[in-house]
Design a protein around this ligand. Structure first.
Ligand code: AMP
Length: 504
């Protein structure tokens, strides 16, 4: 029998009647329901010409059925390509031309938009609640069994696009083996078992909500309370029935701002996990004071899955992302790739079965981000303390993380620079009480032209996913530069660091 991620998921599911998804307002869905839905979707996709190794692009709102589509791709041996539901037509057209999917699954609302650049007969729709649309109509008539493709651990399971430093997104190619090995490590590290219930409020187009949360649950035959979105009332309604919560730091700061957060409302939880962006030590401490729980912080990225985690039993160190997971080799290196002296800051590099095989159709970009000995250069700067705990100190790649999502300044700067009347721009992340960082644009006008914040915001909206849009645009007479002519973003960050007053 073939060994792949789906085969391992089926092996783990000892009882098909166990609940897998608990969607508020709907009947629970069992493992048997999920596998049957995946079989039906796999038949529909096959009928639309999708075969093993082909890509299935998916831009839908979060629903159980949206997730079953991922399982359908695994069964079919197709490559799942989830897309942020915020992406605009221009961005989607790029992904379609780059990944060349065989089928595009979207909401009814965006069908027309997608038909502008993708053959209409290869578009399937799924409603936001997952209950209707052409995919569901066709699936209802399809058989609940499917003969799974004999994929191997080395075959690709998914491509996830990450923002590119040059403005172009790169598709990270992830194999069955990458995903399986990482989820198995996390299951062990976090003591996951079938009695766990995860409170799942993350999006499922990103590595965190899709792979970290879902694959770990699947390989444990556990269940999840599946919220369409993060919402304080829904979170407090879900907490008493859950044993684990995973979130981005923004979830934690928002929950802390609510008086309902206390020991009592978090009593049933055995583990709170944070990742995708830095969790402030202050948040960690405040959380512990209010709830009695020490948040477990972990670190990973789309390309590598999870690399480190604070320990389950030993000390969970605030301000640290913990220790390398079993099987993950991590080193702190200088520009030349040689390890720096213990305790010094350098680039975090990782190697292991969790690390992706490269960027889709970008062999040169891939080659430039791997060392000859197979270590991947993460772009994160960090240090390791005497006990082996990893600290992240900054982002070499100038990434902005807002509400857990990554924004590369260059992509936004390129669009602003192309607007009429703009001389140049610089985009930085400024501390933001709610989002962690707020995308902020500094813009210089061409001589004799008067630009306004509103005008620039209006010109940008519709061109970029909402999370990438600047929260403020500041018009400057000139950008600060050093003697080498380099823009000094640190000066702008310092001067404007109080721009977004803390909201909590
Ligand atoms: P993504 O590919 O969207 O998952 O983003 C990966 C990036 O998020 C990493 O390269 C880090 O810069 C950042 N990141 C993820 N987890 C953490 C964490 N616990 N602390 C600080 N930064 C993090």
């Amino acid at each position: 029998m073939a060994d792949n991620l789906y085969a391992r998921i089926v092996q783990a599911a000892s009882d098909l009647d166990r609940n897998f998804i608990l969607p508020p307002g709907r009947a629970p869905l069992s493992y048997g329901d999920a596998f049957a839905a995946a079989a039906r979707f796999a038949h529909v996709l096959t009928r639309h010409g999708v075969g093993p190794g082909e890509r299935v692009a998916v831009q839908v709102e979060k629903s159980p059925e949206g997730l079953f589509l991922y399982l359908a791709c695994l069964r079919l041996g197709a490559i799942y390509l989830p897309l942020n539901s915020d992406y605009t037509a221009g961005e989607l057209a790029y992904f379609a031309s780059d990944a060349e999917p065989s089928v595009f699954v979207c909401s009814d609302r965006s069908r027309e938009k997608i038909a502008g650049f993708f053959p209409d007969e290869r578009i399937l729709t799924l409603s936001d609640d997952g209950q209707s649309g052409t995919l569901m109509e066709e699936a209802r008539a399809a058989p609940a069994e499917f003969s799974d493709a004999p994929m191997a651990m080395g075959d690709l399971a998914a491509i996830l696009y990450t923002s590119g430093t040059t403005g172009r997104s790169k598709g990270a190619m992830l194999s069955h083996g990458n995903l399986f090995s990482n989820a198995s490590s996390l299951k062990q590290a976090w003591r996951y078992s079938q009695s766990d219930v995860l409170l799942h409020a993350l999006p499922i187009f990103h590595t965190h909500g899709l792979f970290v949360a879902t694959n770990t649950t699947l390989l444990s035959s556990a269940s999840m309370i599946f919220l369409p979105k993060f919402n304080l009332d829904a979170m407090f309604a879900g907490l008493p029935g859950a044993t684990v919560m995973m979130g981005v730091p923004t979830f934690y700061t928002r929950l802390l701002s609510d008086a309902r957060l206390n020991r009592d409302s978090t009593r049933s939880i055995r583990l709170f996990i944070s990742g995708s962006a830095p969790l402030l030590a202050e948040t960690h401490r405040e959380w512990q004071q209010r709830t009695g729980h020490a948040i477990l912080e972990r670190y990973g990225m789309t390309e590598t899955n999870m690399n480190t985690s604070n320990p389950y039993e030993a000390m969970r160190l605030p301000d640290s992302v913990g220790l390398p997971l079993p099987g993950v080799e991590l080193r702190i290196a200088g520009e030349d790739g040689r390890p720096v002296a213990p305790g010094e800051i350098g680039m975090i590099e990782v190697r292991g079965p969790n690390v992706f095989s490269g960027y889709w159709r970008m062999p040169e970009k891939t080659a430039s981000e791997f060392r000859p000995d197979g270590f991947f250069i993460t772009g994160d700067l960090g240090t390791v303390n005497a006990d082996g705990y990893v600290h992240i100190v900054g982002r070499g790649k100038d990434l902005i993380i807002t509400g857990g999502f990554n924004v590369y300044p260059k992509e936004v700067e390129n669009l602003i620079d192309a607007l009429p009347g703009v001389e140049e721009s610089a985009v930085v992340g400024l501390p933001h009480g709610d989002f962690g960082e707020g995308v902020t644009a500094f813009v210089v006008a061409k001589t004799g032209i008067k630009l306004t914040e509103d005008g620039i915001m209006a010109a940008l909206s519709g061109q970029l996913a909402k999370f990438k849009l600047p929260k403020r645009v500041i018009i400057l007479a000139q950008l600060p530069r050093n003697t080498m002519g380099k823009v000094q973003k640190n000066l702008m960050r310092d001067e404007y660091r109080g721009l977004y007053a803390p909201t909590s």
